[in-house]
Write a protein that binds this ligand. Sequence first.
Ligand SMILES: NC(=O)c1ccc[n+]([C@@H]2O[C@H](COP(=O)([O-])OP(=O)(O)OC[C@H]3O[C@@H](n4cnc5c(N)ncnc54)[C@H](OP(=O)(O)O)[C@@H]3O)[C@@H](O)[C@H]2O)c1
Length: 214
Amino acid sequence: MRVVVNAAMSADGKLSTRERTQVAISGEADFDRVAKLRAESDAIMVGVGTVLADDPSLTIDGEAYDPDENPVRVVADSRVRTPADATVLNDEAPTYLLVNEVVPNNWIDQMEEAGAYVIVAGDERVDLETALAELEDEERIDQLMVEGGGELIFSLFEADLVDELSVFVGPQIIGGRDAPTLADGDGFTDNFPELDLVEVERIDDGVLLRYDVP
Ligand SMILES: NC(=O)c1ccc[n+]([C@@H]2O[C@H](COP(=O)([O-])OP(=O)(O)OC[C@H]3O[C@@H](n4cnc5c(N)ncnc54)[C@H](OP(=O)(O)O)[C@@H]3O)[C@@H](O)[C@H]2O)c1
C-alpha cells in the first residue's frame, strides 16, 4: 500500500488556528488537484481530531467524479470519539474506524450500528502499522491518501509508513504556539526522516511541494 500524505499549511507551517477552526489556506486550483488525488486513491484517512474540528465528508466533490466511486474513508480514533452523526459516517462511502483494544465491545457495536466497519489494533493509540495491514486485508487499497491532521501525520512518519508528502504552502501567517502544524506529536530529536524533493509548482499565490520519502 502506498501512503500519500497531502495537506495545506500557511507560510509558517500551520494547518489551522489555535482554535482549530478550518482555514481556507489554498484556493480553487489546489482544490482541483486535491480532488484528483482523492479520485486516484482507494482510501482517504484522517485522525479523529480532524473529524471533531472539521466534520469532513472525505468524499470527492465535482461533476467530473462519480459519487458511486468515492474512496473508502478511514478514521484513526483510538477511543471512539467520532460522533454517531458525523458526516464521515454517512452512506456516501464505506468508513473504517481504527480503534484500540481497550474500547468496550458495546461502543464498537454502536459504531457498527451507525454504519462503520471497525478495526481494533494497539493498546493505547491505534497501532497504525497493524491497523493498515488489516485494512489492506479487508479492502483492496493500492493507495491510501492521508489528509491530516498533524498528530496523525507525525505518527505515520514515526512508524515509517509514509511514501510521499504533498504540501501546499499558502500565502498567509497563522501563528500560535498551540496551532496544529504539519507534524505534531512528540516531534523527533534525532534521526529526522529525510525527504527527496521531486516537484515544486506555483499554484495561485502559493506553492506545491512534493516529496518522496525514501
Ligand atoms: N490544512 C490542512 O490540510 C488540514 C488537514 C486536516 C486537518 N487540519 C486541521 O488539523 C486540526 C486537527 O489536527 P490534530 O492534529 O488535532 O488531529 P488529527 O491528527 O486529525 O487526529 C489526532 C487524533 O487521532 C487519534 N489517533 C489515534 N491513533 C493515533 C495515532 N497512532 N497517532 C496519532 N493520532 C492518533 C488521537 O485521538 P485519540 O487518542 O482519541 O484516538 C489523536 O488525538 C484541525 O484544526 C483541522 O482543521 C488541517
